[in-house]
Structure formats: structure tokens, C-alpha cells
Design a protein around this ligand. Structure first.
Ligand code: NAD
Length: 450
């Protein structure tokens, strides 16, 4: 495929203005929604075939967020597109100051395999809602999902509007040599750096949705059973292969053992006594990923190498444990202990800023302090993951976990040029700006001071 030519065609289509009118954007978004709804069963089947995802998880975390995103966007697009009139300071008066969102042009969206449907289509619908053309590059690890996504796209968009690029690293590298007007990348920090370097050549803005070690801080005053139940839920989804999954726990030493026991109890309650045989429990994506996890798993972790399944396992560990050296991205959950909360906060602060930070406590003042001490992309108090489930909450990372935000309006803004325009009057011409400056003008420019 000659992507250079395809992108040229997309640019021409964009320049024609066809993607601009609100009615046109709403029309494609509605048809896109129908194309997805009509293929719901195929999407669920493909997700199961590619990564062993259950129907429930597929509805809740793949199709659901995309349909919610479409609904939210259709409800708000008019408001987002409307230029905002802002106050004009005296020197600009009687001009009118407005802020416009104009589309950037041709966007590249690159996504990983772990939520292959959501992480392709949510950014895609956002880029389209902002009036852009899109080249979408999904992960090659989920070919059946890619096939259904292709059907959905072809039912609505001609390739000069939205096109799908398949392939692995070499195709991705070739794409990255081309010029785009925006890139939204979801995946590892290692590849994130490659993306940013490539984008720098063309000064293309990037939104990097990366990962990292998202900690769970458990205070001894927390509702321990509920904290363990919610944390266990956040870990078993997609067998821990979730960017904002609880990566490790830091529990007060007085409750660490109890909490670890509760986590394992809830794993069993949710997946049954034989999680490896549970068809609703996802498998590990590849043999290499399985081996990487097996190397850091504590003795006794139940695994099925042939089926690439690993039972969710919480275990007491310290900071030197191999699982603490990198993002786990699997169903293992080390539980560290602390004696003083301040030490726990310091040890979290000493690492890369995480994508998510979770704190379980009944003490609201402590929760506020913890949130103000730990910088993270997002956070939950007394829950996990769900901060990512609201279209009104911007989503993204900070530092090592990424940059830029999307979901809802923030996504619309990422794919837009935010343009400030002064509509000046020709009826009045304030003379003070022109030299030579009179003593009165000079006095005015000096101002009263701050
Ligand atoms: P990955 O970086 O290996 O792959 C993601 C995409 O990059 C794929 O489309 C892949 O084809 C492409 N790619 C891979 N190597 C490349 C290269 N050398 N040059 C150009 N493109 C390349 O990521 P992954 O393993 O698929 O995903 C796991 C990571 O993604 C984890 O760190 C996880 O936390 C993170 N993640 C983040 C989010 C988020 O929303 N922040 C969501 C899901 C996953």
C-alpha cells in the first residue's frame, strides 16, 4: 500500500472542506454507531478469538466506551464547535474576542492490542468529530478484531476520509516517516519515544497514552473487604493487561497479610476455583509475554503454558522483587507493606509518575494529602479504573506515563487547532498604540503597577 499517496488523497479531501460542517460530522458519527451496533456479535466473537476476552468484558470495556463516546460527542458537538466569545480587555475594545476550534487535517492513530477495539475507535471518533481525516493503525496482534473494524469503517468512510493501515513494526515505521497533522499513540513508553522522535521531524503534535506502574495505597482504616474486591476486579480484567490496572499494592503493615488474603479470596470468588479453566478469563497475549510474567511469578502461581493462562495471584513482596522492576501488565499483584504513610508516598513519588494512582482510606483529609503528594495521570479514591469511564473526565498520563488528554471535549481539543481571533471594529481606532507616544500614553502604559 502506498500510504504517501493515500495520505495525499486524505489531505485533498480535508482541504475540500467536506469534513467541516457539523451536519456532515454528525451524520458519519451516527452511521458509524449503527455500523458498530450492527456488528456487535462479530466484535464480541473476534475479541474472544483474538485475546480470549469474555462477552461481559467486551461489552463493558470495548464496545460500551465507544458507544458512550459516540453518544456523548453527538450530544455535545454543537457546543464544542461553537466559537467561544471571551472578554476583550480595554485595548482590544470595541473588538470582539473569539476562540475557535478548527480541525488539524490528517491524524494518525496507533493503538495496542490489549483493548484493540476501544483504543482504536474512541480516538478515531474523536478525531472525526473534530473534523479530521484519519489513518488508523491497529496492532497486528488482533487480526480478527482488525477485520471487523475494517468492515465497520468501510460501511461508513471512504478511504480518503478514514483508512486502516495494517502491519507490524516496519509498516509503522514507514508510516511515521510521513507527515501527519496530529498523532495519538497508545502503547508502551519505549515505542512512545520512537513516535515522538518521528513527530518532531514534522513538528506534529502528539498525544502519548503510555503505561507504567499504577500503585494502590491501602490504609489500615480502609474498608478492607471492599478495597480488596475492587482491586481484585481491576486486576482480573483482561488478565491484568490493562494500562490502568492496579500494578502493585502498598498496604499498611498491620493489614498487609489480611489484605493479600482478601485479594486472593476475591480472585477465587470472581473466577471460580479453576481460573485457568474459566472461559471468561482472558489469556496472555503472546508466548513472550507469558514467559516474561512467568519469570517474575512467585512459586506456586498456577499457569497453563499451552493455553497461555496465568491465575491472578496476590503475594507479599518487597521493593526488590522482580515484579517491581517494570510494569507487570499481567495478573500478578505484589503487595508491599509500609510502616508510615509518608514513607509509602515518598516511595511512590520516587518512581516515574504513574498513569493512575489509587488510594483506599476512610480519612478524606489523608486522601487529599496523598493526591496532592503523588502526581499521576488520573486517580481514584476508594476505587480503581473507573475514573477512565467518564466522558467528562479527561484521560491521559504525565511524565513517564504519557502526555496529552483525550475522552470527550479534551480529545476534541487535542485534534483541533485552538485559534484565537480578534474581530476588530473599523469604526474606532485607538490612537494610543501608534508612535510617537505622548506623555499621557506613556503614563498609561506604565500603569498603576500590580
Ligand atoms: P506497543 O508499543 O508494543 O504497540 C503499540 C503499537 O505500536 C502497535 O500498533 C504496534 O504495531 C506499534 N509499534 C510497536 N513497535 C513499534 C516500533 N518499533 N515502531 C513503530 N510502531 C511500533 O505496545 P503494546 O505492548 O501493544 O501495549 C502495551 C503498553 O501499552 C503497556 O505499557 C500499557 O500500559 C500501554 N497502554 C496504555 C494505554 C493508555 O491508554 N494509556 C492503554 C493500553 C495500553
Amino acid at each position: 500500500m502506498n500510504y504517501g499517496r493515500l495520505i495525499q488523497k486524505q489531505r485533498e479531501y480535508f482541504m475540500s472542506g467536506a469534513t467541516l460542517p457539523r451536519a456532515a460530522r454528525e451524520d458519519v458519527l451516527r452511521r458509524f454507531g449503527r455500523a458498530i451496533s450492527g456488528r456487535r456479535e462479530s466484535i464480541i466473537k473476534a475479541l474472544h478469538a483474538d485475546i480470549g476476552k469474555s462477552e461481559g468484558e467486551s461489552l463493558m470495556l470495548e464496545i460500551g466506551p465507544v458507544m458512550d463516546g459516540l453518544r456523548h460527542t453527538l450530544e455535545n458537538l454543537g457546543r464544542w464547535m461553537r466559537p467561544a466569545t471571551v472578554p476583550s480587555p480595554p485595548p482590544l475594545q470595541p473588538g470582539i474576542s473569539r476562540v475557535y476550534c478548527e480541525p488539524l487535517g490528517v491524524a494518525l492513530i496507533m493503538a495496542p492490542w490489549n483493548y484493540p477495539f476501544q483504543l482504536c475507535f474512541l480516538p478515531l471518533l474523536t478525531a472525526v468529530s473534530a473534523g479530521n481525516c484519519v489513518l488508523l493503525k491497529p496492532s497486528p496482534e488482533t487480526p480478527r478484531v482488525v477485520e471487523v473494524m475494517r468492515e465497520c469503517l468501510e460501511a461508513v468512510f471512504p478511504p480518503h476520509y478514514v483508512a486502516l493501515a495494517e502491519g507490524g513494526v516496519s509498516e509503522a515505521a514507514a508510516l511515521l516517516r510521513l507527515r501527519f497533522d496530529a498523532i495519538l499513540y497508545t502503547g508502551s513508553a519505549r515505542v512512545g519515544r520512537i513516535i515522538m522522535r518521528a513527530a518532531a521531524r514534522h513538528l506534529t503534535p502528539v498525544c502519548l497514552e503510555l503505561g507504567g506502574k499504577s500503585p494502590v495505597l491501602v490504609m489500615k482504616d480502609a474498608d478492607l473487604p471492599l478495597a480488596a474486591k475492587r482491586t481484585a476486579w481491576g486486576k482480573i480484567l483482561n488478565a491484568g493487561q490493562t494500562c490502568i490496572a492496579p500494578d502493585y499494592v502498598m498496604a499498611d503493615e498491620k493489614v498487609r497479610d489480611e489484605f493479600t488474603g482478601l485479594l486472593n479470596k476475591f480472585f477465587t470468588e470472581m473466577l471460580g476455583p479453576d481460573p485457568l479453566g474459566n472461559p471468561d478469563y482472558a489469556r496472555i497475549i503472546s508466548e513472550a509475554a507469558f514467559e516474561r510474567l512467568a519469570a517474575m511469578a512467585p512459586a506456586g502461581t498456577r499457569t497453563d503454558k499451552a493455553a497461555r493462562k496465568m491465575a491472578p495471584t496476590a503475594f507479599a513482596a518487597d521493593a526488590g522483587h522482580p515484579s517491581m522492576r517494570e510494569e507487570i501488565f499481567g495478573p500478578l499483584l505484589p503487595v508491599l507493606s509500609f510502616n508510615k504513610a509518608e514513607d509509602a508516598l515518598e516511595s511512590i513519588r520516587a518512581q516515574e509518575k504513574p498513569l493512575a494512582f489509587y488510594v483506599f482510606t476512610e480519612d478524606k483529609a489523608f486522601a487529599r494529602r496523598a493526591l496532592s503528594r503523588v502526581s499521576s495521570g488520573g486517580a481514584c479514591v476508594n476505587d480503581v479504573l473507573l475514573h477512565a469511564a467518564s466522558a467528562d473526565m479527561p484521560f491521559g498520563g504525565v511524565g513517564g506515563s504519557g502526555m496529552g488528554r483525550y475522552h470527550g471535549r479534551r480529545g476534541f481539543e487535542f485534534f483541533s487547532n485552538i485559534k484565537s481571533v480578534l474581530h476588530q471594529s473599523t469604526g474606532v481606532d485607538a490612537l494610543f498604540r501608534y508612535p510617537p507616544f505622548s506623555p499621557e500614553t506613556m503614563a498609561m502604559l506604565r500603569g498603576p503597577g500590580c
